[in-house]
Design a protein around this ligand. Structure first.
Ligand code: NAD
Length: 505
């Protein structure tokens, strides 16, 4: 008999989720830890979604007039709630998404970090002043709130990605409506409950400023197609982005797309192999290969291949796989049966293409028959086949031998996705080439660090079929605001730009 439903109910209660939201609903929520049903949530119907968006649109009209530093105070209070409930929410992330405990807690830490960032940002929504060609004129840019921000999120970062968007959008003066993954509604309801507490402490927040809609693709589409939703920030597979982007574009909405990755690293002759081993192991096996930034392709130079790859094989064989709530576990479960099937299909294809597979088998099927635990797979490939060019959302690392740096770099970039990338080297020329205009074509390019585990201070996102969006740090906030260029004439004449004359009498 599993104890998870009981613990889940206790956690949800401590996080302030009303019991009626997670019991008696139409949608069963399963924990990937043992496959047990831990709650039943209620899908939002079409009328409920429309009403929430309309309320958010009304709330926006009030919220945009609140001074930005005051809006920041709401996010400061939310950060306090997250700090106070980090342990409970982190545990719930582990139960619902299968992350090991340090990663569940890390996800909540990321939410806290973005709140801190957004509080500072609330006093820094800067515009430029620009030199004008006309005397006694001044030209400047101002940034204004834009409207309802719709957030669609994926199962694998069930709450952090929402917080990147929500903290920034709220500070920027927008309202937010969130459609979390249908696989992880509980952590969404819990995060929303914590934000609701912060709102209650803040006081005087317009009704409907933040909402959460539960359900699948159809509920996401309600956000995508609603004209009141000025920005749609969608995180998930490239297939999802391909469906969402044209629909948002058709109504001239703005889309921030954070889609699939197929991240690679190049290991060069001068690489520090101890450091490389650790970097590769975390990036490839961490979160059971279910990060958008997971390392999936490894190009290893001939001169270090026979040293590094056997050590990697050994690391793959020794990693502790199992219940993510147990101390010492490094690899938790796959999300569900579909993820397991996709992994097995990719491994079969790689074998057929001449790949040498280490690992990949299902484990713990006797103790957890309703869950899908696997040995992470290391696949030595003769080349970059069609299977390697695809993102399979599971712990498969394809390893390819190279002898020429330029050829490795070309292969590195020869995939449709462009999220994250790394080089392991102590050669300045290789490192700088990798970071240069003709180097990695990804949104994230690292040296002597794996491709996963980004900090919130940088802009996060990728190119090509990863969608081109940027979220989180740097100037990503600009995507949640509209820009106005203002020219002010403080003189008594009316000189026209470009020397144009237009004298009327
Ligand atoms: P998914 O595409 O199946 O679902 C993501 C979200 O989109 C869910 O909330 C889903 O209900 C919704 N959705 C799906 N189709 C939709 C449609 N047509 N209209 C509106 N909403 C729709 O992805 P997943 O399996 O939950 O997550 C894994 C994928 O997400 C991987 O490809 C991973 O690389 C990617 N991901 C990317 C990032 C990033 O920042 N680039 C971050 C996390 C995950």
């Amino acid at each position: 008999m599993t104890v998870l439903p009981h613990e889940t109910a206790t956690l949800l209660h401590s996080l302030g989720v009303p019991a009626g939201q997670t019991t008696g609903g139409n949608r069963a929520v399963r924990s990937p830890i043992d496959g047990s049903i831990v709650a039943h949530v209620h899908d939002t119907d079409a009328a409920g979604a429309a009403a929430a968006i309309a309320a958010a649109d009304q709330a926006f009209r009030t919220w945009r007039n609140v001074p930005a530093p005051r809006r920041g105070e709401l996010i400061r209070l939310f950060g306090e709630e997250l700090r106070a409930h980090k342990a409970a929410l982190g545990r719930l992330v582990s139960i619902e998404a299968g992350k090991i405990t340090s990663e569940g807690l890390g996800e909540v830490q990321e939410m806290i970090d973005i709140c801190d960032f957004a509080v500072g940002l609330s006093r820094q929504l800067y515009g430029l002043t620009i030199a004008t060609e006309r005397s006694e004129h001044r030209m400047m840019e101002t940034w204004h709130p834009i409207g309802v921000t719709g957030i669609i999120s994926a199962f694998n970062f069930p709450v952090a990605v929402w917080s990147w968007n929500a903290a920034l959008a709220l500070v920027c003066g927008n309202s937010v409506v969130w459609k979390p993954s249908e696989k992880t509604p509980l952590t969404a309801l819990a995060s929303h409950a914590l934000l609701t507490r912060a709102i209650a402490r803040f006081g005087a927040v317009p009704e409907g400023l933040a909402a959460v809609l539960i359900g699948g693709r159809d509920v996401g589409e309600a956000l995508v197609d609603n004209h009141a939703v000025k920005v749609v920030s969608a995180t998930g597979s490239t297939a999802m982005g391909r469906a969402v982007a044209p629909r948002v574009a058709a109504r001239f909405g703005r889309a921030i797309l954070e889609l699939g990755g197929n991240n690679a690293a190049i290991v060069c002759p001068t690489a520090d192999l101890d450091l490389t081993l650790r970097g590769v192991a975390f990036a490839a096996m961490g979160t059971a290969g279910q990060r958008c930034t997971t390392l999936r392709r490894l190009f290893v130079h001939d001169s270090v291949y026979d040293t590094l790859v056997p050590r990697l094989r050994q690391a793959y064989g020794s990693v502790k796989i199992g219940n993510p709530l147990e101390t010492g576990t490094l690899v938790g479960p796959l999300m569900d049966r579909a993820a397991f099937d996709a992994m097995q299909a990719a491994l079969a294809e790689s074998r057929a293409d001449g790949g040498k597979v280490t690992g990949g088998a299902r484990v713990n099927a006797d103790t957890a028959p309703g869950a899908y635990y696997v040995q992470p797979a290391l696949v030595e490939m003769p080349g970059q086949t069609a299977t390697v060019e695809r993102e399979t959302f599971a712990p498969i690392l394809y390893v390819i031998r190279y002898s020429d740096f330029e050829a490795a770099l070309a292969l590195h970039n020869a995939v449709p996705q462009g999220l994250s990338s790394s080089i392991f080297t102590n050669d300045l020329r290789e490192a700088e080439t990798f970071l240069s205009a003709r180097g990695s074509d990804c949104g994230i390019a690292n040296v002597n660090i794996g491709p996963s585990g980004a900090e919130i201070g940088g802009a996060f996102g990728g190119e090509k079929q990863t969608g081109g969006g940027r979220e989180s740090g740097s100037d990503a906030w600009k995507a949640y605001m509209r820009r106005a260029t203002n020219t002010i004439n403080y003189g008594r004449t009316l000189p026209l730009a470009q020397g144009v004359t237009f004298d009327v009498g």
